[in-house]
Ligand binder design. Structure first.
Ligand SMILES: CC(C)(COP(=O)(O)OP(=O)(O)OC[C@H]1O[C@@H](n2cnc3c(N)ncnc32)[C@H](O)[C@@H]1OP(=O)(O)O)[C@@H](O)C(=O)NCCC(=O)NCCS
Length: 181
């Protein structure tokens, strides 16, 4: 039986990941969706955490992607590390059969293993609430998107054996590639 394989991306995945993102975020008015550029601009920066760029592979084909990258929370002027989730994408021919849920959960589990405590996301609450995300502004987290209300969300990861166990609050600072999306 073919099963879904969840694993961090490797060098051979760059083109397949681009294909998945391009297909999932396709719009008639743009040849390259901004989400493709976001991933490619983040890759190789300090924000990139190789273990947290997760692909879902089915029958040898990359069909899904969930990316967690580094952001900082300005907490009492002292930056504290957190993660941003996104983009999340599943190839259109494999959507709505659980791959998106599986690849996001795998990325969150890997982050917990690494001792990470906080993840933010901008997206549809109807989708992200299944992972436990709730409104980030109510957790004292702000960003250029906090005025949007419901879509600006955050998740405190379960306590892990590593890390200091503290959850930062304050302004979430995204690295420059995010300003283009
Ligand atoms: C969003 C996306 C990643 C979900 O992946 P998926 O594999 O189709 O999702 P799953 O099969 O794990 O989950 C399906 C569930 O999510 C819901 N869902 C799917 N896309 C959704 C969306 N855009 N908004 C809200 N709910 C959505 C479905 O209704 C379904 O709900 P159910 O479990 O209650 O039946 C995928 O549809 C996709 O790539 N979309 C285009 C890119 C995109 O919008 N990415 C998210 C940016 S925030």
């Amino acid at each position: 039986m073919t099963t879904l394989r969840l694993r961090p991306e490797g060098p051979a995945d760059t083109a397949p990941v681009r294909r998945v993102l391009t297909a999932a975020f396709a719009r008639p008015d743009v040849a390259t969706p901004p989400e493709v550029r976001l991933v490619e601009d983040l890759r190789g920066t300090d924000a990139w955490i190789p273990e947290l760029a997760m692909v879902a592979e089915y029958g040898g084909e990359v069909v899904g992607y969930a990316l967690l990258t580094r952001v900082q929370v300005r907490d009492d002027d002292q930056p504290a590390p957190a993660l941003a989730l996104g983009p999340v994408a599943v190839a259109p021919h494999r959507q709505r059969i659980g791959h998106g849920t599986a690849v996001v959960q795998a990325a969150l589990d890997a982050a917990t293993e690494l001792g990470e405590r906080l993840v933010v996301v901008l997206g549809d609450p109807a989708y992200y609430r299944r992972f436990g995300f709730t409104r980030a502004d109510r957790m004292g987290l702000t960003s250029p998107w906090s005025g949007l209300g419901d879509p600006w969300q955050a998740l405190v990861l379960p306590a892990s054996t590593s890390g200091d166990g503290l959850v930062p609050r304050g302004e979430v600072l995204f690295p420059p590639p995010w300003s283009k999306v």
